[in-house]
Write a protein that binds this ligand. Structure first.
Ligand code: GLC
Length: 430
């Protein structure tokens, strides 16, 4: 579906949201992803708010209704059965009342709640909905620092590539090579029924993904044991930066709503984490690098995970370096921001998180650059995003050289991000 002008684009985006709306939650796109995904939902709520504020809050509340007793918000909630996705509830075996996966995803909820609250037309409703959500989001943040940072260094580890939301990023290659790829049940992938296999993770990566799932399942999904028992423990700068931004935003929101303890706690987590995040900065790469906690080594991968920390309140000089880097990419690419730098090891323009452009990461980078007053580059990212949907519709991801649509079509969070970009454009023109 192409969209030639802003009002058409907006109508198309709303149509995609409505199509993927299941009443109290949205699915990322039908067929390929028939359940509720964690960070998709939180970011989608921003777009839904333009249609119906009440419905936007419900999106996040539905996700949080499936919080685990230990505080974790799972990455998938399997509300209704579907056989178009693998691995389904039986493979996860988490024994939750409504089945869920057993891992988490980037902590965007705190950011989304604050943004929804700040923009709410119905402030009384927003305050009431936030008051109920605050302790739950706070408990999730606590869960991260307790379970994924057992030595209190201020940085949390992901234990599965899917937790980062950037499933097959080059960032994980080295650490994933240490994960066994035998000794688990035979399986049949379903993603390659819906999308071109050349645009998806490889079989070897999938084998490692499945080994980790079975390993954690054998440990009863006991989060107090998983970290130390995992051969895959990676400190992703993007994942940490999103959590820091969420803690900062939750602290501000809690403060505004008179929840002093939640405010103090979240602000303290962010303050401890920021200097720790800075230890991942690489002057040579002009970006942050991931660290393999098992080997204690930085991972030399030129990916978007190192640029996304601009979403957090990092120092202005770092923001500026990231802005210059993104600007420089336009000399060699038609569309920004690629999930991996062209011309560096591992880049593949059409394979999922190894090169294609995704509108959600564009949105977070542009937001961070705007906060750092790097307005020209932020605007340029927004323009690139809108050019992509104009040319290629609401795809899951896009080739950064040609703009070709890739992966699933009629994608919910792509539509939500378009609504956000158009909203910012309108505000600027006003
Ligand atoms: C893919 C993406 C992940 C997203 C999910 C649903 O697994 O890598 O970030 O949450 O699809 O859209």
């Amino acid at each position: 579906m192409n969209a030639a002008n802003p009002s058409q684009a907006l109508e198309h985006a709303f149509a995609v949201l409505r199509e993927n709306d299941r009443g109290t939650y949205t699915v990322p796109t039908k067929g390929l992803y028939p359940f509720q995904w964690n960070w998709d939902s939180c970011l989608t709520a921003l777009g839904l708010a333009e249609l119906d504020e009440d419905r936007a809050w419900t999106e996040i509340e539905t996700l949080f209704a499936h919080q685990w007793p230990d505080g974790m918000i799972p990455h998938i909630v399997f509300h209704v059965p579907s056989d178009t996705y693998f691995p389904g509830p039986n493979v996860w075996g988490t024994n939750r009342p409504t089945p869920t996966s057993g891992i988490t995803q980037p902590a965007v909820a705190g950011f989304a709640a604050k943004r929804l609250f700040d923009r709410a037309k119905d402030k009384a409703m927003a305050a009431a909905r936030c008051r109920a959500l605050l302790p739950k989001i706070d408990a999730w943040h606590r869960w991260f620092y307790e379970n994924r940072d057992p030595h209190g260094e201020g940085l949390v580890a992901i234990l599965h590539p899917w937790e980062a939301g950037r499933d097959n990023s080059v960032d994980w290659d080295e650490a994933l090579a240490q994960v066994p790829t035998t000794g688990f049940a035979p399986y049949t992938r379903r993603d390659t029924d819906h999308a071109n296999p050349a645009h998806r993770p490889t079989k070897a990566q999938y084998d490692a993904y499945m080994w980790l799932v079975e390993h954690f399942r054998a440990l009863g999904w006991d989060n107090s044991r998983l970290h130390d028992a995992s051969p895959f423990q990676v400190i992703d700068p993007a994942f940490n930066a999103i959590l820091i931004r969420a803690c900062t935003d939750l602290a501000a929101l809690a403060d505004e709503l008179g929840e002093a303890e939640i405010a103090a706690r979240n602000s303290a987590w962010a303050q401890r984490a920021l200097p720790a995040l800075d230890t991942l900065w690489s002057a040579e790469s002009g970006r942050y690098l991931a660290r393999n906690r098992v080997t204690d080594k930085l991972i030399d991968s030129q990916s978007i995970g190192g640029l996304l920390p601009v979403f957090a309140p990092i120092p202005a000089a770092r923001c500026h370096a990231i802005a210059e880097h993104v600007q420089g990419l336009l000399k060699v690419l038609n569309y920004i921001v690629p999930s991996h730098d062209i011309g560096t090891a591992g880049f593949e323009p059409q394979r999922y998180w190894r090169g294609p452009v995704w509108l959600v990461t564009n949105y977070m980078i542009a937001d961070g650059l705007r906060n750092a007053s790097e307005l020209a580059v932020a605007d340029r990212i927004a323009r690139s995003s809108l050019e992509l949907i104009t040319k290629s519709g609401f795809a899951e991801y896009y080739d950064p050289k040609t703009g070709e649509p890739l992966g699933g079509g009629r994608f919910t969070w792509t539509a939500a991000m378009v609504i956000e970009f158009l909203r910012a454009q309108e505000a600027e023109l006003a």
